[in-house]
Design a protein around this ligand. Structure first.
Ligand SMILES: Nc1ncnc2c1ncn2[C@@H]1O[C@H](COP(=O)(O)OP(=O)(O)OP(=O)(O)O)[C@@H](O)[C@H]1O
Ligand SMILES: [Mg+2]
Length: 248
């Protein structure tokens, strides 16, 4: 099960929320090109628009202006029905896991594809993914019986069940201690290396952002700073040096 990543291109994207008299501009005329198969970190202070941007890319929310193109398709022009199809091709990981409490780990992983006809054996693939995230022996556990890190592993497996070409992760390590957070980011990056999907993640954590190919820092819904980290891949000291300069 491998899947090539998709390119994501945002052009002049604006998102406003109605708040009182004047609408709040959460994303402000923002343009961003994410190359296929790359791992991009969105950083920036609370309220800078990271989650909103992920929701626009995942078509969870509509844009007010501008276009979002994913894999050559302009998703901002899709019909409601086509949008539902598009969302199924995206894997989502959230800060608070959002597992269904009454379902076992295995059933949680399968949940996104249960309503649909798929061209693979759901149970077999869910088992394969639980194995890939190191939880092969916990498939019958309920979320409450798992640690936060283990629950996030289940959530990562669930995000991958449909073989997504794009994974969107909103502070995937935000609820975890730094050791467990590092394990989750290691896991995401290993799965990325194996599967090649494009990953866009929001994070407040320097050590997480420093592991990505590129860092995009937002402020007030605009891009305040960008940093290409790929050149550092073979030079951990240089990566660390840059990371310490990052203001997240
Ligand atoms: N549904 C909504 N209704 C009204 N305002 C919203 C809504 N969602 C987000 N906002 C506002 O949009 C702005 C951007 O919010 P967003 O959640 O994208 O920030 P963020 O960078 O993810 O912050 P954090 O780091 O705290 O998660 C904020 O001012 C927020 O209050
Ligand atoms: Mg957020």
């Amino acid at each position: 099960m491998s899947n090539d990543g998709v390119r994501v291109t945002l052009t002049g994207v604006t998102k406003r929320f109605p708040t009182g008299q004047t609408p709040l501009t959460a994303v402000d005329d923002l343009s961003l090109d994410v190359s296929a198969g790359s791992v991009v970190a969105l950083t920036g202070p609370s309220g800078s628009g990271k989650s909103t941007l992920l929701h626009l890319i995942g078509a969870i929310e509509p844009v007010d202006a501008g276009t979002v193109e994913v894999g050559g398709e302009q998703i901002t022009r899709l019909s409601r029905r086509a949008l539902a199809g598009y969302r199924r091709t995206v894997g989502f990981v959230f800060q608070r896991y959002h597992l269904l409490p009454a379902l076992t780990a295995l059933d949680n992983v399968m949940a996104p594809v249960l309503p649909y006809r798929v061209g693979f054996d759901r149970t077999a693939r869910a088992r394969e993914l639980l194995d890939a995230v190191g939880l092969a022996d916990r498939e019958r556990a309920l979320p409450a019986q798992l640690s936060g890190g283990q629950q996030q592993r289940v959530a990562v497996a669930r995000a991958l069940i449909g073989g997504p070409a794009l994974v969107l992760a909103d502070e995937p390590t935000g609820n975890l201690d730094s050791t467990t957070g590092t394990e989750i980011i290691d896991l995401l990056l290993r799965l990325h290396d194996e599967r090649g999907m494009t990953v866009v993640l929001a994070t407040h954590e320097q050590h997480v952002a420093a592991r990505c190919d590129r860092l995009v820092r937002l402020r007030d819904g605009r891009i305040a700073e960008e940093l290409d980290l790929t050149g550092d891949a073979d030079d951990p000291a240089e990566t660390l040096h840059r990371a310490t300069q990052l203001r997240l």
